[in-house]
Design a protein around this ligand. Structure first.
Ligand code: SF4
Length: 236
């Protein structure tokens, strides 16, 4: 039988940047099967290991924050890896919180199951769907991400699709192709964000320049494809 207790890798008590316009706590779910070089939470990749704290303890803490925070965001790792995600979302909703979700779309079936409980989702789009495995190190990852993007865009749930850019991994060609792909799928809200070195264990990526792919011509082209476009600079 599946373990129905969420595996908690960590949490943030308070943030104003992880759910647009809302004050939120963030629950980091332990486990992710992908191995993106620029991952800033590599300690959350292994699924096994001792949880940072029991879900019941964290839920009790969140209950004490009811009325003080607007939302609880489930992040990771990859939160949809956890069979207990749906019940955890129901528990925080019952406390009166909005539910946010950060996902890379690794498990479209579980995403489909929990989407009706989600009030806002930030979905990572790594690169053009045909080039995914080069970043994630996981065979078939682009197919999963494409299915997830389809679900999110069609869901009616407020969302942001976003891409982290390191020019060694995501070139102008990739950005051009992926933004065309998701715009053709109906994506209206999109963000590009610079690679940040905090937490990253790939020294070659930290050492190499994070500038280059996002020049003004590229940005103008991308911006024209979406109704809402955000650029997050590493020094911003
Ligand atoms: S999908 Fe996210 S959590 Fe998983 S390895 Fe990639 S960046 Fe890290």
């Amino acid at each position: 039988m599946a373990d129905k207790k969420l595996k908690v890798g960590g949490y943030t008590k308070f943030t104003s940047t992880d759910y647009p316009g809302e004050l939120a706590a963030v629950v980091f779910v332990q486990g992710c099967p992908w191995r993106c070089g620029y991952c800033h939470n590599p300690h959350l990749q292994p699924r096994d290991g001792t949880p940072a704290l029991a879900w019941g303890e964290l839920l009790a803490f969140l209950a004490g924050r009811a009325g003080l925070l607007d939302a609880v965001v489930f992040s990771g790792g990859e939160p949809t890896i956890d069979p207990a995600l749906e019940s955890a979302m129901r528990s925080v909703k019952a406390l009166g919180f909005k539910v946010g979700l950060h996902s890379a779309g690794i498990y479209p079936e579980r995403l489909k199951q929990v989407l009706p409980l989600v009030d806002w989702i930030g979905l990572d789009i790594k690169t053009s769907f045909d080039a995914y495995d080069d970043i994630t190190g996981a065979s078939g990852s682009g197919k999963a991400a494409h299915a997830a993007a389809r679900l999110v865009i069609d869901s009616g749930v407020p969302y942001e699709l976003r891409t982290t850019v390191h020019p060694a991994l995501t070139t102008r060609r990739h950005i051009s192709a992926l933004t065309r792909q998701i715009a053709d799928m109906g994506c209206k809200t999109y963000a590009l964000q610079d690679f940040r070195s905090v937490g990253c264990r790939a020294q070659d990526l930290i050492d190499s320049s994070s500038e280059g792919a996002l020049d003004s011509e590229m940005l103008g082209q991308v911006k024209s494809r979406f109704r809402h476009f955000t650029l997050r600079r590493a020094d911003g």
